[in-house]
Design a protein around this ligand. Structure first.
Ligand code: IPD
Ligand code: CA
Ligand code: CA
Ligand code: CA
Length: 261
């Protein structure tokens, strides 16, 4: 079930059209009144835009690829029990708190996997109107511009991005990782954190995530030669949550060693 270069281009161009429409709708909605509700706890937010974006994207996917399964955050997807065939991952607003309070550093993310292989990923930086998109068969682009593999910097040569909640409580060795890095930041959203690693602005990023949080980032990062694994160095499980680590080769090695010690 390998796709031809023509089919890859066709899928990419189709999703880029959807994202262009969603970018405009999301920017317009951000400046209107947002309906905000909490889910599991006070910091776990969902807005009307998360829901409407997901409904729109899933409707488009079902029309375009009717036999595919969809894994999405807000309940309009499926619950696949295997990664066989086409599986799409949808995060309709990644970084909902940033969207609601900061009006920056949030994203719309979509990814396509076939038989558990990463095929294509899209991370739409909505405020800057830049889509990071591509995959192993076409390379990675920021809109039209091709991206090249970032410098292979070590942890002590660059900035590491970490999940704030886990850093605060010293989980997963995040406190030691932050101390060993040149600098550390908490961006508060997975997609914008992946973007910084793709662009070489950060040497690594780690957080506990669901599959819609890392599916697109994993496709793009691996295509650029970055290493994506769980915090123990093992392959990510696409059907459950993972403590994800994406980093340059050298920073990945440094972080695994700190996590183990
Ligand atoms: C969340 C953000 C956050 C990460 C959480 C995610 P959401 O995504 O990416 O940075 O730490 O694990 O759930 O819920 O805003 O799409
Ligand atoms: Ca959420
Ligand atoms: Ca997310
Ligand atoms: Ca989300």
């Amino acid at each position: 079930s390998t796709l031809s270069p023509f089919e890859i281009q066709e899928i990419d161009q189709t999703v880029l059209m959807w994202l262009d429409e969603l970018q405009k709708a999301t920017m317009a909605a951000m400046n209107q009144h947002l309906d905000v509700a909490t889910k599991h706890d006070a910091r776990d937010l969902v807005t009307n835009v998360d829901k409407s974006n997901e409904q729109t994207i899933n409707k488009y996917i079902r029309k375009f690829d009717p036999d595919a399964q969809i894994v999405s955050e807000e309940g309009f997807g499926d619950k696949p029990i295997s990664m066989a065939g086409h599986v799409w991952f949808v995060d309709p607003i990644d970084g909902t708190m940033n969207f609601y309070k900061q009006h920056d550093d949030f994203a719309i993310m979509i990814a396509l996997y076939i038989d558990n292989q990463p095929i294509l990923g899209w991370i739409m930086d909505v405020v800057n109107n830049i889509v990071y998109h591509g995959g192993p068969q076409m390379g990675v682009f920021a809109n039209q511009l091709r991206l090249y593999p970032p410098e292979n910097d070590a942890l002590n040569q660059g900035i590491v991005l970490l999940s704030g909640a886990r850093l605060l409580y010293g989980m997963f060795g995040y406190d030691e990782i932050a101390k060993s890095a040149l600098g550390y930041r908490v961006i508060g959203a997975a997609g914008p954190s992946f973007i910084r690693v793709l662009r070489g602005q950060a040497v690594g990023y780690s957080s506990k995530m669901m599959s819609w949080d890392f599916a697109a980032g994993q496709v793009l990062a691996k295509t650029l030669g970055l290493i994506v694994s769980d915090i123990d160095g093992k392959q990510l499980d696409m059907l459950s949550s993972n403590i994800v680590l994406v980093a340059t080769n050298r920073a990945h090695r440094d972080i695994l060693a700190l996590h183990r010690s």
